[in-house]
Design a protein around this ligand. Structure first.
Ligand code: HEC
Length: 221
C-alpha cells in the first residue's frame, strides 16, 4: 500500500514537471514561453528584428490592436529579410540634415582641411551663440574661456602647496602661431585631434564642430 502511494506521487510530480518543461520548449519560429517578453523584445520597432507572431505577449497584456495582433507584434511586412531597417539605395552615401557628407580627410591633411569652407559661412549671431555654448562645454576646461590655454585642466590645481597641471602643453589659441588658422583647420583639429590633443569627432556632431570653429575665430579677435 505504502509503495503504491509513493509510485503514484512520483508519477504525479513527474507529470507536472514534464508539462511545465513542455510549455517552455522553443522550436521553429516560436521562442517558447517567454517570461516577461518585454525584457527581450521592445514594443518599438527594432532595426534588425521583427516579431512575426501575432500572439506575441498576448498572455501578458490586454492590449490588442485594430488588426488583431497583440502588443509585441511589430513586423513590417513590406520590408525584405524580416528586418525593419531598410537598405540604402545602391551606390549612395547618406548625408546629414545639413547635406554634409561624412568627414573623410586624413589626419595629416591639414593643408587641405584649411581650405574647407564652413557651411555656416556668413553666418548669423545665433551660430556664434551656439558655438560659445559648445566651446564652453567641450573646450573651456583645457583652452580656457578666452582661449588662452588657461583652463582648469591646463593650469591644474594646487595640492599641498604644489601646482600640478593635469594636462600639459595646451595651446594658447590667441598666440601668434594660431592667428591665421582657418575655420576648416580648427574643424579638422577638433575632429581628428593633433599632437597632444585628442580627437573629438565621435562626441561632437559635424554641425557643432563647425559652430565651435566659428566661435574660436571670433574668440581670437
Ligand atoms: C584635454 C584638453 C583639451 C581639450 C578638451 C581640447 N583641447 Fe585643443 N589642444 C589641447 C592641447 C594639449 C593642444 C596642443 C596640441 C599639441 O601641440 O600637441 C591643443 C591644441 C589645439 C589647437 C591648435 C592645434 C595646432 O595647430 O597646434 C586648436 C585649434 C585646438 N586645440 C582647438 C580645440 C577646440 C576647439 C576644443 C574644443 C572642441 C579643444 N581644442 C579641446 C588640449 C585640449
Amino acid at each position: 500500500m505504502k509503495n503504491t502511494m509513493r509510485v503514484t506521487a512520483s508519477l504525479c510530480i513527474g507529470l507536472v514537471v514534464a508539462t511545465l518543461l513542455a510549455g517552455c520548449r522553443a522550436g521553429g519560429d516560436s521562442p517558447g514561453l517567454e517570461y516577461a517578453p518585454n525584457m527581450y523584445h521592445s514594443v518599438a520597432y527594432e532595426p534588425y528584428t521583427q516579431i512575426t507572431n501575432l500572439d506575441a505577449g498576448r498572455w501578458l497584456t490586454s492590449i490588442e490592436y485594430e488588426d488583431g495582433h497583440a502588443e509585441f507584434y511589430n513586423s513590417n511586412n513590406l520590408n525584405p529579410f524580416k528586418m525593419n531597417m531598410r537598405m540604402p539605395p545602391a551606390n549612395t552615401v547618406s548625408r546629414n540634415k545639413l547635406g554634409l557628407l561624412p568627414y573623410r580627410l586624413h589626419k595629416d591633411s591639414l593643408e587641405s582641411a584649411s581650405k574647407l569652407v564652413s557651411p555656416y559661412e556668413g553666418s548669423v549671431d545665433a551660430i556664434l551663440a551656439d558655438g560659445k555654448a559648445l566651446y564652453t562645454m567641450y573646450c573651456t576646461h583645457c583652452h580656457g574661456a578666452k582661449g588662452e590655454g588657461d583652463g582648469k585642466v591646463a593650469t591644474g590645481v594646487t595640492v599641498d602647496g604644489v601646482e600640478r597641471s593635469m594636462y600639459a602643453g595646451v595651446a594658447n589659441l590667441k598666440g601668434d602661431a594660431y592667428k591665421d588658422i582657418t575655420e576648416g583647420y580648427i574643424f579638422h583639429v577638433i575632429t581628428v585631434g593633433k599632437g597632444l590633443m585628442a580627437p573629438h569627432g565621435s562626441q561632437i556632431s559635424q554641425e557643432d564642430r563647425w559652430k565651435i570653429s566659428h566661435y574660436v575665430k571670433a574668440l581670437q579677435k
